[in-house]
Write a protein that binds this ligand. Structure first.
Ligand SMILES: CC(C)(COP(=O)(O)OP(=O)(O)OC[C@H]1O[C@@H](n2cnc3c(N)ncnc32)[C@H](O)[C@@H]1OP(=O)(O)O)[C@@H](O)C(=O)NCCC(=O)NCCS
Length: 204
């Protein structure tokens, strides 16, 4: 089983390592910094994004290892439209309820938990040791950073970034393209495009 990863970043390395632990046998990176960039950690960089589209048939699956939410989402949509197989990559130590739903091209890292009846859109990241509790709705391109806790019945809009170690209270609605700062406690709804920090979280 061969996996292509678009985006030879640090995040991409975690995607690669997670994929190998999840049973993929071989990983190759594609990045627009190729041919100058030839390796990403333990793995080769073998082409750029255009070449990946030409070589899709050589791979059993494609993942996108780009941290920026909007760029990752655009690349996942482009690859879906090109017919790429984009399975979600789930670390074996993550616990994903069989009654949760993951969109195309999500990555779920070590120790993460996704509880019953939660739904994730395409291209979401649930990072190391983060939890998404019951009945949450995450739109496309959301990143839940390491150690973040999202309580039950929370909704998070497209492209939002929930920073490391943040908490979101149950039933809160977070808009699209929101940034929640590291360690913030979100206890009220957040409008589209806002950056909030602190305990309780307030606009920066
Ligand atoms: C919120 C955040 C995006 C703001 O970044 P920024 O716009 O570059 O802001 P700055 O670093 O210039 O800080 C601006 C002010 O906000 C404060 N601030 C920044 N982040 C804060 C946070 N998380 N909590 C409380 N205050 C914060 C700074 O102390 C500074 O205050 P000052 O003006 O009184 O000195 C960023 O600090 C953050 O928390 N990012 C999350 C990082 C993360 O989760 N990484 C994980 C990757 S997997």
């Amino acid at each position: 089983m061969k996996l292509a990863i678009l985006g030879a970043s640090g995040h991409g390395k975690v995607v690669a390592d997670t994929a190998l632990q999840a049973g993929w046998q071989e990983v190759a990176f594609f990045d627009d910094a190729w041919p100058e960039l030839t390796e990403n950690g333990a793995w080769p960089v073998v082409g750029d994004s255009r070449l990946l589209l030409d070589r899709l048939a050589e791979f059993d699956g494609v993942a996108v290892g780009i941290g920026n939410n909007r760029i990752r989402l655009a690349k996942v949509r482009e690859l879906m439209a090109a017919g790429a197989a984009m399975p979600s990559i789930v670390h074996p130590s993550a616990v994903v309820s069989p009654l949760a739903k993951l969109g195309t091209g999500c990555v779920i890292f070590a120790g993460a938990v996704i509880q019953v009846d939660s739904q994730l859109g395409h291209a979401c990241i649930v990072n190391t040791n983060a939890s998404v509790d019951h009945d949450c709705q995450l739109a496309d391109g959301v990143h839940i950073c390491p150690g973040t806790a999202v309580a039950g019945l929370v909704t998070i809009g497209e492209g939002s970034w929930i920073g490391i170690g943040a908490s979101i209270k149950q039933l809160v609605q977070v808009g699209s393209d929101v940034t929640v700062g590291a360690g913030a406690a979100v206890v009220t709804d957040i409008a589209d495009g806002q950056t909030v920090v602190g305990v309780p979280a307030k606009p920066l």
